[in-house]
Design a protein around this ligand. Structure first.
Ligand SMILES: Nc1ncnc2c1ncn2[C@@H]1O[C@H](COP(=O)(O)OP(=O)(O)O)[C@@H](O)[C@H]1O
Ligand SMILES: [Mg+2]
Length: 290
């Protein structure tokens, strides 16, 4: 049987919760665990792209999401570039990703949220074990909708100190519910709590709330809050390059083990083919006017 990638979209319509940091470090630790990983950066802030790219000028000069979207026949494999890890690749973003979003919105058609379906080519699906989409902090991103339509999993990343991330959840849940009408294989992963402070009441309260209110609860291991992450991000490195022995690197390694267990066990236990994606229930996404 031909293997196909596990496709995951990182979610939370709030900025600063650690989504890009997670894309970088989960990507790196999955690659360390022997998986071939593609990180797709859909955010014009391009933090994950800066941190991961082997040479960002390669991204700037054409290997990026905007160029892929502008090229009617271009597919993912044409726009992938190298990172500093041999098993980890990047579909990078630049400041122009904002313009790509604006163009998509201006020229919106019934199929604007289904463009990745045709661009995500067979070789990309088969070359990678994991394709992970880092998303912008906007609930109205058409690129994010594209990512959800091709994903098997959505993964809430929540900052443990950030009550607002929970308040902002209602609309994201509505978007996921609408996408599920088009993509019946979309599943929730347990939440990853980041910036977790072990002896802090707020962190523990957030974990409990997430346990009680999210469909699949919370992954047992959280990612701790530490200035080493800020420093590794400033150095444009993963925590594994910056300080591999740091406990936060161990947190991300544990989180990727949790992820592998959840995703790969389920895949192994799956019976029969996945349901096909119907093409006849587009109305809700358009009517919502996200
Ligand atoms: N575990 C952590 N400990 C401390 N700071 C963190 C941690 N994770 C992320 N940060 C910091 O929080 C800020 C937002 O992180 P980022 O990954 O860019 O979030 P998002 O992509 O959700 O906007 C950055 O300054 C980053 O360095
Ligand atoms: Mg980000």
């Amino acid at each position: 049987m031909v293997k196909t990638a596990n496709i995951i979209t990182l979610l939370c319509n709030k900025g600063g919760v650690g989504r890009s940091t997670t894309a970088v470090n989960i990507g790196w630790s999955l690659a360390d665990a022997g998986r071939n990983v593609l990180i797709c950066d859909l955010d014009s802030q391009a933090n994950a792209s800066y941190n991961l790219s082997k040479d960002y000028t390669v991204v700037e000069s054409g290997k990026n999401i905007s160029q892929m979207m502008a090229n009617g026949t271009g597919s993912f494999s044409d726009y992938i570039s190298d990172t500093r890890h041999s098993r980890l690749k990047l579909l990078g973003s630049t400041l122009f990703t904002d313009k790509t979003e604006a163009d998509l919105r201006r020229n919106q058609t019934m199929n604007s949220h289904r463009i990745f379906e045709s661009k995500l080519d067979r070789s990309t699906r088969e070359d990678f074990d994991y394709i992970i989409f880092d998303t912008p902090p906007s609930k109205s991103s058409i690129l994010m909708l594209n990512a959800l339509i091709v994903s098997s999993w959505f993964w809430y990343i929540i900052g443990a100190e950030d009550q607002w991330a929970l308040d902002a959840r209602v609309i994201m849940d509505k978007i996921v519910a609408d996408v599920k009408k088009l993509n019946t294989k979309l599943n929730a992963l347990p939440v990853l709590l980041t910036r977790y402070k072990k002896n802090n009441t707020q962190s523990r309260y957030m974990k409990q709330i997430c346990e009680e209110t999210f469909e699949k609860g919370v992954f047992p291991e959280c990612v701790r809050d530490t200035t080493s992450i800020t420093k590794s991000n400033s150095a444009r490195q993963s925590i594994f390059e910056y300080d591999r022995r740091h406990n936060c690197a161990k947190d991300y390694a544990a989180a990727s083990r949790n992820l592998i267990e959840t995703v790969e066990n389920r895949k192994n236990n799956e019976i029969g083919p996945e349901k096909t994606v119907p093409h006849n229930d587009e109305s809700s996404i358009h009517d919502m006017g996200y």
